[in-house]
Design a protein around this ligand. Structure first.
Ligand code: A2P
Length: 215
């Protein structure tokens, strides 16, 4: 294989600073405790596969918290080389960005945070990230942006963005879910099939570094 292929990372993304990671993990734990103790959650638990009600154990940590921009798979993924060679990618490498986290969600598969990208941050977002996941729909660019906070056993982190897009798609189709109640973090909505989302009444601003992971 060529030098170019071997020098491409596993993925590019924004990596949260350690103190921010801890802050977000604490927030996620708060979210899990609040949702897990709701009567409404217990009533809906049969809709999915949550086994014991301990959600903190149900979702396994997936390492350093980040928002993936481009999954390159060391060059094997479509468009990896083109992405790595983009001027904006080269110029932004190593720079700081302030990510805005606007919601936390959990599904029977994943636990994640929704990221609302700014216009400048969208420059680093691959053109086809949403289309690659949901071919049939016209989803706003950046709507897949997220931080994976945990996955159920046997589930890969790539699922988190797909779960988020399902909610976005459902809303786009006019199904705004069922407002359950207001948590301390913000209003909680149930979207059916074990999917819960809290919209943060105070979005979390998180400094992060645009970089890559080689593994
Ligand atoms: P995510 O960005 O949702 O966390 P893994 O450990 O499964 O190999 O994945 C490594 C990272 O790359 C994770 O951050 C993961 O998801 C992301 N990722 C894996 N596969 C894909 C894919 N096909 N498209 C986009 N991102 C991916």
């Amino acid at each position: 294989c060529s030098m170019v292929e071997t020098s491409l990372p596993f993925y590019f993304g924004w990596f949260l600073c350690p103190t921010q990671q801890e802050k977000l993990r604490n927030m996620a734990n708060e979210f899990l405790s609040a949702v897990g103790s709701l009567e409404a959650f217990k009533e809906h638990v049969g809709d999915c596969k949550y086994e014991l009600m301990n959600l903190q154990q149900y979702f396994q940590d997936k390492g350093v918290l980040h928002c993936t921009t481009k999954f390159c798979d060391y060059g094997k993924a479509n468009g990896a080389k083109e992405y790595a060679e983009k001027q904006v990618v080269r110029e932004s490498y190593g720079s700081k960005a302030d990510l805005v986290l606007t919601a936390l969600f959990l599904t029977p598969r994943t636990l994640g945070a929704q990221v609302s990208l700014t216009e400048a941050q969208l420059q680093l977002w691959p053109e086809d990230a949403e289309k690659e996941a949901v071919q049939s729909a016209d989803l706003p660019r950046g709507s897949r942006a997220h931080v994976t906070l945990g996955c159920a056993e046997g589930v890969d982190p790539v699922q988190t963005g797909l779960d988020l897009l399902e909610v976005v798609l459902q809303c786009q189709q006019g199904d705004k879910g069922e407002h359950v109640q207001d948590l301390e973090l913000g209003p909680l909505t149930y979207y059916g099939k074990g999917v819960w989302m809290v919209k943060l009444s105070e979005p979390l601003n998180t400094p992060a570094i645009f970089s890559s992971f080689y593994g």
